[in-house]
Ligand binder design. Structure first.
Ligand code: CDP
Length: 249
């Protein structure tokens, strides 16, 4: 968030990629994309490409980390070295540790961890291509992958960001807007309850701007939720259509 006033981000009332202020980037979602994971999802969100694999629940080692009252939900968010313009050094850094932590906390609010004592559910979020908003795309895909794994959940988590560019509050910032805009406000919600489980802010907003950005991000999350449900329904229909249940698969 440099807030560089010289870079033109809005022209004739449209954003650089032709979007309106309240318009999301194009989004594609798919589940059951990995054979060896318990559940998986692939999401393309604008130029972001995200793959998530879920493993478990399985017994947690070392044993002293086990909790007899619930499972541990462990997320690893990884930005691939080739996912960004300047090659990223492989391995965890402060940013990925932070994103892994907030993601696992958001997901833990819906996964029924108490059903699986002493175990761990591993969620691997691989960002193959990054163009801003990867934590939202990662969370959205992770929630789909958990559902695909058949792990009991109270609801999905839907995530989307809003922010401010050239003094204008907009939804779902892409890379140029994130780099040269004034603020980014990623959010994640439990849609059925309308409860916010992640809200971060990078940059500055006035109180009124914050209200507008909050509403845009929230409405964005609800649009994502509709897409997530449709993706899961389509996958279920395909499974039943292929005789999955009759075959006892
Ligand atoms: O991706 P998200 O918006 O959730 O997180 P961010 O920390 O605000 O990063 C914004 C964008 O900066 C990422 O999506 C990447 O496109 C880019 N980035 C990068 O080019 N190199 C990095 N080491 C980290 C981020």
């Amino acid at each position: 968030m440099s807030g560089n006033g010289d870079v033109v981000l809005i022209k004739d009332g449209k954003r650089l990629d032709g979007r309106d202020f309240d318009e999301l980037r194009d989004i594609k979602m798919e589940v059951s994309v990995l054979e060896r994971a318990a559940g998986s999802a692939y999401v393309e969100w604008g130029k972001n490409k995200v793959m998530v694999g879920v493993y478990g629940p399985r017994e947690l080692h070392p044993k002293f980390l086990q909790d007899p009252t619930k499972a541990m939900l462990r997320c690893v968010y990884n930005l691939a070295p080739f996912s960004v313009d300047d090659r990223k050094k492989p391995g965890p850094d402060r940013r990925s540790v932070e994103i892994s932590k907030v993601t696992s906390e958001a997901l833990s609010s819906v996964v029924m961890l108490e059903r699986f004592p002493n175990t761990v559910v591993d969620v691997f979020i691989e960002i193959l291509q990054a163009d801003a908003g990867t934590r939202c795309a990662g969370l959205t895909a992770a929630s789909l992958a958990l559902a695909d794994a058949g792990i009991p959940m109270k609801d999905l988590i839907a995530s989307c960001s809003a922010g401010k560019i050239q003094g204008q509050v907009v939804v779902d910032l892409m890379k140029e807007e994130d780099n040269f805009g004034e603020c980014d406000l990623p959010m994640a919600i439990i849609p059925k309850k309308g409860e916010v489980v992640l809200l971060q802010m990078d940059g500055k907003l006035s109180r009124d701007e914050f209200k507008d950005a909050y509403k845009l991000a929230y409405d964005g999350c609800m649009k994502i939720y509709d897409l997530q449900r449709k993706t899961l329904m389509d996958s279920m229909k395909k499974f039943v259509g292929e005789g999955g249940i009759e075959n006892g698969d």
